[in-house]
Design a protein around this ligand. Structure first.
Ligand code: UDX
Ligand code: UDX
Length: 433
């Protein structure tokens, strides 16, 4: 591996910016990560990591020689060969992506003399690159390159996804800028897709939309399984073995959440609508997901009747395991609905702390959350939940009902432990009980 060390400025020390910065440092480059939040930069300078991402703390620790943090734009840009933009692009009220942080970065760039390449890592609507190009040109920065290099890292496995990606996408206006970004990734073995900037931007949005479509598809199949007596876990296995379909992203559950899917689906929907196209399929994917999050409430009603005064334990709060990220987590919708229906809600999560969940009581363990409760809902498939002594838990509950929102646990074993069990799309196993 022959890496020619480059200097990389990364704007934004969130999940994406920190992972990008730490991985480039690990590849041998000199990296300065810049964030507007002075507290966040202070924490990072002390050697602490403000987010939970497995392996990120040790990766940062072993690259301190090449990795630094600052709030100062000038310090970040000094000698930079690349300026990576990894600031947030949250949805606005209209559902469009809010690009104000991206524009702030572009406008804050000083009159760079060298042939730096600005690289967009944040997820942005198609057409953003052209607008940025125009803005750079207006400022006399024609010599500064622009490249779209979207991220496909999933939280919890972000380092592996960055270092061993399925592909690297590089969309550029000029070949030499794309070549430079490709060379920056030397040391990573992966197919490289070279394309124009607009296609690079669309690849990111379309990849997310394809994954979300699969999830809403299997969730609808699950709902039909419940009505017809089939088991979606077996169905997913049976269709996933078809090479044309494949097994990934066919886990039925309580809907997708997180920092990307919900906002990026809205952004793509709006992008299409703003161009005069009604993206019917994507609208359905979003609506199915909203309804899916609420189906657990219906299941609780069917077993408990009114939820007023019932105690419900939510196990897992993060939108998926191995992250502390609560953005658009289904647990927020569940907790909100349960509280609105007058239930007493207790919650447990091994990582999320002090979440402001409508006054929900946070328990120190799954057992403590479930004690005396009328129902347990498995919301996030944390591995810890596989090791719980469910028989002991059932014995402490007022009513031993377990809704497995992720089809994580073995329903037969739970039933033997004394539970009434419901999964998602598992009508066959429910009727056995
Ligand atoms: C972000 C985007 O939301 C996503 O669309 C994209 O794919 C990658 O970047 P994430 O890293 O998860 O994802 O965002 P977040 O954790 O919110 O971090 C953004 C960081 O940028 C924050 O630390 C914030 O303080 C910082 N920021 C924001 C700036 O440094 N400058 C700004 O002007 C605004
Ligand atoms: C996602 C994309 O995978 C990643 O490529 C992109 O860069 C950012 O968005 P992330 O949101 O971190 O990553 O997590 P992911 O593992 O994709 O899960 C997203 C949501 O879908 C979670 O709520 C998860 O529980 C749900 N999911 C996933 C399912 O419900 N069923 C599945 O089969 C897979």
């Amino acid at each position: 591996m022959s890496v020619s060390p480059q200097t990389v400025a990364v704007f934004g020390a969130g999940y994406v910016g920190l992972v990008t910065g730490a991985c480039f440092a690990d590849l041998g480059h000199r990296v300065v990560v810049r964030d507007v939040l002075a507290d966040r930069v202070e924490v990072l300078r002390r050697g602490e990591v403000p987010i939970f991402e497995p392996g990120l703390d040790s990766l940062i620790a072993r690259n301190t020689d090449r990795l630094s943090f600052t709030t100062d734009v000038g310090e970040a840009i000094e000698g930079a060969d690349f300026v990576y933009i990894a600031v947030g692009t949250p949805p606005t009220y209209s559902g469009d992506a809010d690009l104000s942080a991206v524009w702030t970065v572009i406008d804050e760039l000083p009159q760079i003399e060298r042939s730096t390449v600005v690289v967009m890592k944040s997820t942005v609507p198609v057409g953003t690159g052209s607008r940025v190009r125009h803005r750079l040109d207006e400022r006399g920065l024609q010599h500064v390159g622009y490249v779209s290099n979207p991220e496909f890292t999933a939280e919890g496995t972000a380092l592996r996804d960055f270092m061993h990606p399925d592909r690297i996408v590089i969309g550029s206006f000029r070949d030499e800028d794309g070549d430079a970004v490709e060379a920056l990734h030397a040391g990573i073995e992966a197919p490289v897709v070279r394309c124009d900037v607009a296609s690079g931007e669309m690849i990111k949005l379309a990849a997310n939309a394809a994954l979300m479509t699969r999830i809403s598809f299997i969730n609808e199949i699950a709902n039909v399984c419940e009505a017809t007596g089939a088991d979606v876990v077996r169905v997913a296995e049976g269709i996933g073995l078809d090479r044309r379909i494949g097994p990934a992203f066919l886990r039925a559950g309580i809907g997708f959440g997180g920092s990307c899917f919900p906002k990026d689906s809205l952004a793509l929907k709006q992008l299409a609508a703003n161009s005069g196209y009604h993206f019917q399929l994507l609208n359905a994917v979003i609506e199915v997901n909203e309804l899916q999050k609420r189906r657990v409430i219906g299941k609780l009603h069917s077993h408990l009747g009114s939820l007023r005064g019932a105690t419900v334990a939510l196990l897992g709060l993060a939108f998926k395991p191995n992250t502390d990220d609560m953005r658009e987590a289904p647990s927020l919708v569940l907790a909100g609905r349960l509280v609105a229906e007058g239930a007493d809600v207790r919650a447990w999560d091994p990582v999320v702390e002090g979440a402001d969940l409508f006054g929900v009581e946070i328990a120190s363990s799954p057992e403590a959350a479930a004690a005396g409760a009328d129902a347990v809902v498995l919301v996030t498939e944390w591995p810890e939940l596989a090791d719980v002594d469910w028989k002991a838990v059932a014995a402490t509950m007022r009513n031993a009902l377990l809704i497995d929102g992720r089809n994580m646990l073995d329903p037969a074993a739970l039933r033997a432990a004394g539970f009434t069990v419901e999964g998602i799309g598992r009508a066959a196993s429910v009727s056995e009980g």
